[in-house]
Design a protein around this ligand. Sequence first.
Ligand code: NAP
Length: 290
Amino acid sequence: MERRKIHSQGPTLSRIVAGAWRWHTVSAETVERLTLVALEHGITSFDHADIYGDHSNEETFGLTLAKNPSLRNKMELITKCDIKFPSAKRPATWVKHYDTSKEHIIWSAENSLKMFHTDRLDLLLIHRPDPLLNPYEVAEAFSSLKKDGKVLHFGVSNFTPSQFRMLQTHLPFPLVTNQIEISLSRLDPFFNGDLDLMIELGVSPMAWSPLDGGKLMANEREMFGKATKYSASYSQLALAWLLKHPSNIFPVIGTTQPDRIKEAAKAIDIKLDRQDWFEMLKWVMGKELP
Ligand SMILES: NC(=O)c1ccc[n+]([C@@H]2O[C@H](COP(=O)([O-])OP(=O)(O)OC[C@H]3O[C@@H](n4cnc5c(N)ncnc54)[C@H](OP(=O)(O)O)[C@@H]3O)[C@@H](O)[C@H]2O)c1
């Protein structure tokens, strides 16, 4: 598996990242198995959020790290903060909202460290743009976490280009990614300036739901010819399609099946021809390009 810096001053990650959003639907043993299979196939970067599995997924993943502490140095841990929602685990929250206060960012990062049984996060993302975001406070929180060695790098998720630039202007170090939804079903970032900004700033995007949560597989029959040409499955082609883009997209896959992790890892070896890339685009757009 190829490893690449997500930004010249950012962490080196595996080009395909394993996402843990759905991992509360399987047992702790399967989470351990998914982690080991990912590592074995070169997927060393794991994407979490404080809230996944109603605030339980980081803790379950942490069980694997507590049991196998040597794994920590073989992986990169990414997590997110700022979404709060009513939950028995968070009794003080009565309405879903975002919180990018200095106090909450630091509390959330430190809590993630505890859940993971680790002393550092490789990358912390602001999960969703907060209309009350005060960039000076975020800068203070990030700087404090960085100075203490608790978080090595920072980024954002679901930010528009103007939100990204606004926050970046106030930080003494670069945001290294914007994790956004990109797939053959979610084409806007190719045309609305999201990916243009990433290229302009040398920031690689992370693509969440690269298979549209599995819904892409409904088009599988259309892609049969291409799958045969590349000796690949449709899910591999859909990942290879993202990997070809010059912004250096890092797809974050969401499967809960070890065999599908293995399969996804092989997508890195597929080099799609330019015309095949455009033909796949034409199929999902349902029309010729202008
Ligand atoms: N930043 C954000 O706001 C945000 C939002 C959403 C997600 N994320 C991140 O992105 C990650 C991926 O999201 P996602 O789970 O929606 O990604 P995805 O890879 O697009 O979808 C995974 C889903 O597709 C199903 N699937 C069906 N056929 C498949 C096949 N042939 N190969 C692989 N999967 C297949 C999987 O089922 P099986 O489990 O049965 O394989 C699983 O339910 C999350 O884990 C999370 O880390 C971030």
